[in-house]
Design a protein. Structure first.
Length: 225
């Protein structure tokens, strides 16, 4: 992802509290060094969820960079991202991971992450943090679902059938009403609603709005990474 160096003025950066959650001590050290070199000298670190929660309560960081796989007793960083994403106030949840698969993008987007940073030698962590803090986040960039929906094969890992994926593709073409979509597919509206309900259940979604938002953000993660 890209950004500009002046998105958050350097004098202000030193006052911003950040949190990096990862089970790798060496990575945490490198991340803090990179942030400090970029002007963010107030970065806290946590190796597990318990420590992360304690630091959030005590210091209220502005942004939390969370690894997906925390290793310790199979802790999942997605749980923390989900908790932060559900809060109206609190740290901005951002996933920081070496796993850049579409499935992981989807899980992060569904949990409420506003961005997804991929670990690697080309990651300018301070620059990306400045971009996100300035409001230029993957989750708010413009994108339409018809550009996204044709490539949803990865959703089979969540149990979606070819029929269900085909229905999503058809729906994304013009966002018709259920009655219109049912007529076009020669099915009853009740049957289509039942299929959509199964889709929501398999993807752990509440409704079509959450599905559209998640797929849109997921594709933005995919394009930017």
């Amino acid at each position: 992802m890209s950004g500009t160096d002046d998105e958050v003025d350097l004098p202000r950066r030193s006052q911003i509290v950040l949190l990096v959650v990862d089970d790798d001590d060496a990575f945490l050290e490198r991340a803090c060094r990179a942030l400090k070199n970029g002007g963010f000298g107030n970065a806290l670190t946590a190796l597990d969820l318990a420590s992360a929660h304690g630091l959030i309560v005590a210091h209220n960081p502005r942004l939390a960079l969370v690894d997906l796989d925390l290793g310790k007793e199979k802790e999942n960083g997605i749980e923390l991202v989900k908790q932060l994403g559900a809060q109206q106030y609190g740290p901005i949840p951002v996933v920081l991971s070496g796993d850049r698969t579409q499935e992981q993008f989807f899980r992060a987007a569904r949990a409420g992450a506003v961005d997804f940073l991929v670990k690697g030698p080309h990651l300018d962590l301070a620059r990306e943090v400045a971009r996100i803090l300035s409001g230029n986040r993957g989750a708010v960039k413009g994108c339409t679902l018809p550009e996204i929906i044709p490539n949803l094969g990865y959703l089979r890992t969540f149990g979606l059938t070819n029929q269900e994926i085909a229905l999503l593709v058809d729906f994304a073409n013009d966002f018709p009403k259920i009655s219109s979509l049912a007529e076009r597919r020669d099915q009853t509206p009740i049957k289509l609603r039942k299929i959509f309900s199964r889709i929501y259940e398999k993807l752990d979604m509440a409704d079509i709005h959450q599905l559209v938002r998640t797929l849109t953000i997921c594709e933005l993660f995919n394009k930017e990474n």
